[in-house]
Design a protein around this ligand. Structure first.
Ligand SMILES: Nc1ncnc2c1ncn2[C@@H]1O[C@H](COP(=O)(O)OP(=O)(O)OP(=O)(O)O)[C@@H](O)[C@H]1O
Length: 307
């Protein structure tokens, strides 16, 4: 395989990145990686811009070393440049929602084994306005936590940086709600909402069962809308989200669709968070590109019926 590595040297706690030479060295010696070209990002949009420079036929696989944000940039680079190269993920971020959903290993032996015995599967790609995502887009209460937690604090504290930022934000945000209009498949409704999320995989914000019915190549995304509730109901709901049994709750609207339009009906300035990065303000038009890309996954995942 001719491989292009896009490495974010600052994502997560920077532990996996330190093992990258060993992983690549082994795979080159075993002749699995025939040529390797590594690019280290230095800041925002570096990963996307580097991917957009790749020429058709130059590589067989893009390997993303980073978290959900780096992966999102690589996906955007490919989709915007109309480059449909297969990609693989070496999870090196703080939360790694997408890689965790696919149970992608993060240890040296597991990663090497994935490249020795893995296989390609099709996955859907979601589009919101002019940007793409493969995991989650969300707006509302606490969705800006990922953006507010600093790179330095994520490197030192890992996931706890998000929890710390979340705890600071809860009292400020819990009493807010936003009036939103949702339209899909000729239906429309208006709701006072605390948060809504549009998911391709089931995992978001570290909650593995956020969208328990989601499938990566079912041609649909799962929409999860949390209505305005009080703090007591919020605590109960929080526990239900951990277990994945929130979707039948009276304060939650959950459905699957391949199209969605969301508009703000009051003067709130609501931004969409796309895979942990700022995706600009509402309104938002969501579309799905069914089987838009191919991802390289470990062989044992064939037993996962969600794929
Ligand atoms: N060399 C660098 N130094 C600092 N920041 C960088 C560098 N390269 C890229 N970035 C920034 O890193 C962000 C992406 O980080 P990424 O999401 O991959 O890691 P994470 O936030 O630790 O993990 P996760 O999103 O899974 O929680 C991008 O917004 C980009 O601006």
């Amino acid at each position: 395989m001719r491989v292009k590595i896009i490495n974010n040297p600052s994502s997560g706690r920077t532990i996996v990145q330190k093992s990258l030479e060993i992983i690549v060295g082994r795979l080159v010696l075993e002749n699995i990686f025939k040529t390797v070209d590594k690019f280290d990002t230095r800041g925002k949009f570096d990963a996307m811009n580097e991917v957009m420079k790749i020429k058709e036929g130059e590589f067989d696989l893009i390997v993303v070393v980073g978290g959900d944000g780096t992966l999102n940039e690589v996906i955007n680079g490919m989709m915007k440049a109309d480059l449909r190269l297969p990609f693989a993920v070496i999870p090196a971020g703080t939360v790694n929602d997408f890689a965790n959903y696919l149970s992608i290993p993060n240890d040296i032996d597991g990663i090497c084994d994935m490249f020795r015995n893995g296989r390609l599967i099709d996955i859907d790609v979601c589009k919101v306005n002019e940007n793409y995502f493969i995991n989650v887009a969300a707006a509302g209460l606490l969705t800006d936590v990922a953006i507010k937690a600093s790179v330095a604090s994520k490197t030192v504290f890992g996931k706890f940086a998000y929890y710390a930022e979340g705890i600071k934000e809860i009292p400020k945000q819990l009493f807010k709600s936003i009036k939103l209009e949702f339209k899909y498949n000729c239906k429309s409704f208006v709701e006072d909402v605390m948060l809504f999320a549009v998911l391709n995989s089931s995992s978001a914000g570290g909650f593995k069962k956020f969208a328990p019915q989601a499938g990566l190549n079912d041609g649909k995304f799962d929409v999860c809308i949390f209505k305005k509730i009080d703090i007591f109901d919020a605590a109960t709901l929080f526990l239900k989200i951990i277990r994945g049994d929130h979707i039948n709750n009276e304060n939650v609207i959950y459905f699957q669709t391949d199209n969605l339009y969301v508009k703000c009906l009051d003067d709130s300035n609501m931004n969409i968070d796309i895979d942990g990065e700022n995706g600009g303000p509402l309104p938002a038009k969501f579309e799905i590109i069914s089987s838009g890309l191919k991802i390289f996954i470990p062989d044992y995942l064939k037993f996962n019926n969600k794929l």
